[in-house]
Design a protein around this ligand. Structure first.
Ligand code: TXD
Length: 308
């Protein structure tokens, strides 16, 4: 039997992700949206790309949750994207209503699925999904760190004129202005960037990474980034569906790790067939620990706004 993946929200991130998943050819895919006929139209279009690219993935567009039944993985991208000048945090109330209702339906039809949350404000929406679903923490994972790290790696590679493949990095913390690109641990072919780039230049790159989403929002004028976000989700799905046990920064529910309790925040995690299989605790400096705590405080404030 082929695996089944559902993507909730057939907007920019959702539909781009479905196209990438179809190209993987390892699962059948259901794409759900509340807009009548739109997911059906996009699904049919993608299905007709199959003969050209040679994939057999069945892609179904739907407005009915019943079609999502028994999904192995459900990716939630439904909600409103940021408008120029709007912070991720402004989105919280608007998207809380949508995510609570979506999670309820997802869980009703796929009680054993692994949920990957994408909707912003990401950390808060993952926390909401955990609370609504009653799932164990290993089956709710948020996507932010892979994207933020990809942005950091892009800027470092550009700075040093090297292949992005040679740049290893971690961005921890919440998916917001307080995220923590760990420059101390960023390396190029094994060499720490602190030996390659002056400190004040690294600080500028760190700041550009923090503003990476907003930079694109401003350029687009309407909507937010979706090419890099969708492939970031794809990497997480790959690791889970193929049980690759890759370690990547993910937004997961901490219960004491990094001195943080009962809160979703970005840290390195191992993803495999069971979902979140291990949280990797790297030793942080005093300063990094303080910044991570600050980021956790910002997420906690948002969770408080939701009243859960
Ligand atoms: O790093 C990250 N986690 C992110 C998060 C990176 C990029 C985008 N990020 C967030 O994902 C963004 O701030 C939004 O909250 C979501 C989706 O972004 P996208 O760019 O795909 O937004 P769109 O194109 O507006 O798509 C949203 C779709 C749209 O088709 C709506 O009709 C649908 O969501 N929608 C719903 N679907 C199902 N059910 C309900 N209730 C619903 N409400 C809206």
């Amino acid at each position: 039997m082929r695996s089944k993946i559902t993507v909730i929200g057939a907007g920019f991130v959702g539909s781009t992700l479905v196209q990438r998943l179809a190209e993987r050819d390892y699962a059948d895919i259901v794409m759900f949206d509340i807009v009548p006929n739109m997911p059906q139209g996009k699904a049919l279009d993608m299905l007709q790309a199959g003969p050209v690219l040679g994939y057999d993935s069945l892609i179904t567009g739907t407005n009915e949750y019943a079609d999502t039944v028994n999904s192995d993985i459900v990716v939630i991208t439904s909600g409103l994207p940021r408008k120029p000048g709007m912070s991720r945090d402004d989105l919280v109330k608007k998207n809380q209503e949508i995510i609570a209702q979506v999670t309820e339906q997802v869980v009703k039809y796929s009680p054993n699925c692994i949920i990957i949350m994408v909707t912003n404000p990401l950390d808060a929406m993952a926390q909401l999904a955990l609370s609504v679903s009653g799932f164990p923490r290993d089956r709710i994972i948020g996507m932010a760190g892979v994207l933020d790290t990809a942005r950091f790696r892009t800027f470092i590679a550009q700075e040093l004129n090297v292949s992005v493949r040679d740049v290893q990095a971690y961005v921890l913390g919440g998916h917001g202005d307080t995220m923590l690109p760990l420059s101390r641990m960023c390396t190029v072919a094994g060499v720490p960037i602190v030996q390659l780039i002056p400190a004040e230049r690294i600080e500028q790159i760190v700041q550009r990474t923090r503003d990476g989403g907003a930079e694109i929002v401003k350029l687009l004028g309407t909507g937010s980034a979706y090419f890099a976000p969708s492939v970031s989700v794809l990497q997480m799905v790959d690791s889970i569906l193929l049980d690759k046990k890759m370690i990547m920064p993910c937004t997961v529910y901490l219960q004491g790790e990094y001195g943080i309790n009962n809160l979703f925040i970005g840290v390195p995690a191992k993803l495999g067939a069971k979902g979140l299989e291990q949280i990797i605790e790297i030793e942080l400096s005093e300063h990094e620990r303080t910044l991570l705590q600050k980021s956790a405080d910002a997420v906690r404030e948002l969770v408080k706004v939701m009243g859960i």
